[in-house]
Design a protein around this ligand. Structure first.
Ligand code: ZN
Length: 224
């Protein structure tokens, strides 16, 4: 299916130059990939993937739309311990039902798949940011919360306390780079399609301690 809305049209123009170099898997630019394509893309990128329960059908599709998708969002969890972190991201908590993301990236770099489809990770964010992500241009300040992000973003929650002290192991940051790049490859997106929660929703600070500009540079190199 092609989505020919005005937002999508901008993206199509911006990415035409890269399209000829990305041929594998044949992903549409805005239609969410299948769960099988998602896990295959992660594995193809060299990631170690852990499938958690019924992740392929665990989602929030019954309360709202999933897609068109336009980017990847990176978070920190404010949790400690991988088992605990994965459980919370799968189940959610009082007032915020899970899944809270698609993949949990643990400190050891493994990606735990906890849900697929609409997930409670992005909340409401700034429509100007969404337009910038679609056009893959520099991000404006996120000063509005007027747009449903859970509909439009893949989400990776990364195990970290978010206190500015808890370290980010190199293997974990490498996995964050790889996971985001994997999704970009399928959709024929580039590094500017990857944003942090703090760039989307006013008041958010995650992922604290990881430079999104630096992560995008790494993703850009990986995709080129
Ligand atoms: Zn977040």
């Amino acid at each position: 299916m092609r989505i020919d809305g005005p937002l999508h049209g901008v993206r199509g123009i911006a990415s035409d130059t890269k399209r000829s170099t990305s041929t594998r898997q044949g992903g549409d630019m805005a239609t969410p990939m299948s769960a099988s394509s998602f896990i295959r893309a992660l594995k193809d990128e060299g990631l170690t993937v852990v499938e958690v329960g019924d992740w392929r059908t665990h989602n929030r599709n019954h309360v709202g739309p999933w897609g068109p998708v336009h980017g990847v969002m990176i978070h920190h969890t404010v949790t400690k311990g991988t088992a605990n972190t994965v459980r919370i991201c799968r189940d959610g908590y009082s007032g915020l039902p899970g899944p809270l993301c698609h993949g949990v990236i643990a400190k050891d770099g493994k990606v735990h798949l906890v849900g697929y489809g609409r997930a409670n990770h992005a909340g409401s964010g700034d429509d100007d940011v969404l337009r910038a992500v679609i056009a893959e241009r520099a991000l404006p300040a996120d000063n509005e919360a007027n747009t449903d992000g859970n509909r439009h973003f893949y989400g990776f929650e990364c195990e970290n306390l978010g206190d500015g002290k808890d370290p980010w192991p190199a293997v974990q940051v490498e996995a964050m780079e790889a996971a985001a790049a994997a999704v970009c490859r399928v959709h024929k997106w580039n590094a500017p399609s990857v944003i942090g929660h703090l760039e989307w929703q006013p008041g958010k600070i995650d992922p604290r301690g990881v430079s999104m500009a630096g992560l995008r540079r790494r993703i850009d190199e990986r995709l080129s």
